[in-house]
Design a protein around this ligand. Structure first.
Ligand code: IMP
Ligand code: MG
Length: 174
């Protein structure tokens, strides 16, 4: 069945590069002179994180958390829980969550709740993509790349059943 799904380009690698540059400039303005902790949500954010941090020329640290929300396929179970945390101190740090996509908002809200308990100095969200039409929990990105139509996307780190993460463009499945 996987083989019948054809990825069609929604945003090219060049468009992604331009948007990541724009986001890096926005983040740089706000965090220059600080040493933020960039917290990626696995697995989808790893490609975006890798490109973003290489455009930031100030001291920073990187950590990752993992949240299980999606099962296999496209539909969310409606529940999300943190399945991998991290041990770097968060108290009084500037923390920037780095996410591949804001969909229902469940994943991001689980991570925000987890972090807020640790009393960071500041907490912001940088999302590469946003599907506002699907939102169930009100979350908004402080830094946002692309706003998406209600299509399931893959590529640039994003998967469908763990496949397609390696596509250099952001695609939708047909
Ligand atoms: P949320 O918890 O519903 O906001 O979903 C966030 C997570 O679901 C993301 O981190 C992705 O891993 C996954 N996800 C949501 N929409 C898509 C999509 O269109 N393509 C691939 N993964 C998605
Ligand atoms: Mg995923």
């Amino acid at each position: 069945m996987d083989s019948q799904l054809k990825p069609r380009i929604l945003f090219t690698r060049d468009e992604i590069e331009a948007v990541v540059k724009r986001l890096a400039a926005e983040v740089s303005q706000d965090y220059q002179g600080k040493c933020p902790l960039l917290l990626g949500i696995l697995k989808g954010s790893f490609v975006f994180m890798a490109d973003l941090i290489r455009l930031l020329d100030f001291p920073l640290e990187v950590e990752f958390v993992k949240v299980s929300s999606y099962g296999r396929g496209r539909e969310s179970s409606g529940k999300a829980k943190l399945v991998k945390g991290f041990s770097s101190p968060v108290k009084d740090r500037d923390v920037l969550i780095v996410e591949d996509i804001l969909d229902t908002g469940l994943t991001t809200s689980v991570v925000s709740d987890y972090l807020r308990e640790k009393k960071p100095a500041s907490l912001k969200l940088c999302a590469l993509t946003d599907k506002p039409s699907r939102r169930r929990i009100p979350v908004t990105a402080d830094y946002l790349g692309f706003t998406l139509p209600d299509k399931f996307i893959v590529g640039y780190g994003l998967d469908w059943n763990q496949k397609f993460r390696n596509l250099p463009d952001i695609c939708y499945l047909e």
